[in-house]
Write a protein that binds this ligand. Structure first.
Ligand SMILES: C[S@@+](CC[C@H](N)C(=O)[O-])C[C@H]1O[C@@H](n2cnc3c(N)ncnc32)[C@H](O)[C@@H]1O
Length: 336
């Protein structure tokens, strides 16, 4: 994600969408075991932390209600080693809504390692949360020939992408199966494919791809550089989520709930209310840059700035085409 706190400032779309998981979160927190000793909760793929504050506070309050105020709770935020952890720690110390502010029995820490690896001691995790992270791939098996979005891959490109997404999902679950305490739970929110295969981002990604194509045609983006541009994220479909549970690979885990639905797009709702296409374009561009600029543009600041200007103008011309709800999967998974 874009560093220096940029993701924190431009991830309202993810935050609004994740609110739809609140009811599932409540059910998980009512069901988890809070037997004895300190409790651990984890936030997998925290980025700079702002969007996790609300769910962590809710989890802490529910667990404290159930276990008593004398029970210490450790919150572990995890992300990749290059994550902007400085912004995460600053958020924990200074954000008005930081869960650290009013809870003396709560401790915070961070782990910089992929969640497709083991992160926590066996049977130590009471509750795990993750939002908009587990659709990111551990590795890209190929770069797309004519698009940047894996959901719009050519048929011969789709298979290897699906294989990595399947392996990543199994690895994520297998490690969490070891880490969860018996009767611990996970609530996971992530981008997904609906029954028609759509993720909701396709019009935006088509427009971004078109802008990049124009830059290539104008000689302002090297064709080889464009050929290397693929966003390493792969939304999964319902049967892909359930496959490891259906084939008995994870005997200690059970899917309690799986919902794939369109969730509100905060920028789209505001545009529908105000009709302000320029504000909508700024919101969508902020969302795009925060999530995808590092994997597309790396350190190339001038290309990032050129794309930002062109993309913002293009979105402002076609707001109705871009405005779509996000297709989101929400899962509640329990350890037996
Ligand atoms: C779109 S951000 C989501 C941040 C936050 N959870 C939210 O809801 O806004 C996705 C985060 O997942 C992290 N991520 C991607 N792949 C990961 C992996 N294999 N292990 C840990 N974190 C990963 C990214 O670095 C990024 O910070």
């Amino acid at each position: 994600m874009e560093g220096h706190g940029y993701y924190n400032a431009h991830s309202e779309i993810q935050a609004r969408s994740a609110v739809e998981a609140d009811a599932m979160l409540e059910r998980a927190l009512a069901a988890v075991a809070v037997s004895s000793g300190p409790l651990t909760i984890a936030d997998f793929g925290s980025a700079q932390g702002r969007n996790s504050m609300r769910q962590m506070a809710l989890a802490l309050d529910r667990l404290t209600e159930r276990a008593g105020a004398g029970r210490d709770i450790m919150v572990v935020h995890t992300d990749l080693p290059h994550c902007d952890f400085a912004s995460l720690f600053a958020t924990l110390e200074t954000a008005p809504d930081s869960y650290r502010r009013t809870r003396d029995h709560v401790f915070a820490s961070a782990i910089g390692r992929s969640f497709y690896e083991r992160l926590l001691p066996a049977e130590s995790l009471t509750f795990g949360w993750s939002a908009f992270a587990v659709h990111w791939m551990s590795t890209l098996p190929l770069t797309l020939r004519s698009h940047i979005w894996t959901n719009l891959a050519a048929p011969d490109e789709a298979g290897p992408l699906a294989e990595v997404a399947a392996t990543d999902w199994r690895n994520f679950l297998a490690h969490r199966a070891r880490e969860l305490v018996p009767c611990g739970q996970l609530v996971l929110v992530m981008g997904a494919r609906d029954a028609s295969g759509a993720s909701g981002l396709e019009p935006m990604m088509d427009l971004a791809n078109r802008v990049l194509g124009e830059l290539v045609a104008e000689g302002r983006l090297d064709a080889d550089a464009y050929a290397g541009m693929t966003i390493p994220a792969r939304p999964r479909a319902r049967d892909e989520f359930s496959a490891p549970f259906d084939d008995g690979a994870l005997p200690t885990l059970v899917i309690e709930e799986l919902a794939i639905a369109e969730t509100p797009n905060a920028a789209m709702l505001r545009w529908q209310e105000t009709g302000d296409a320029a504000a909508f374009a700024a919101d969508i561009t902020g969302f795009f840059i925060a999530a995808f600029a590092p994997c597309l543009f790396g350190e190339d600041q001038s290309l990032r700035d050129l794309f930002t200007a062109r993309f913002t103008a293009a979105v402002a011309l076609h707001p109705a085409q871009i405005a779509r709800p996000l297709v989101t999967a929400t899962l509640r998974i329990a350890r037996r």
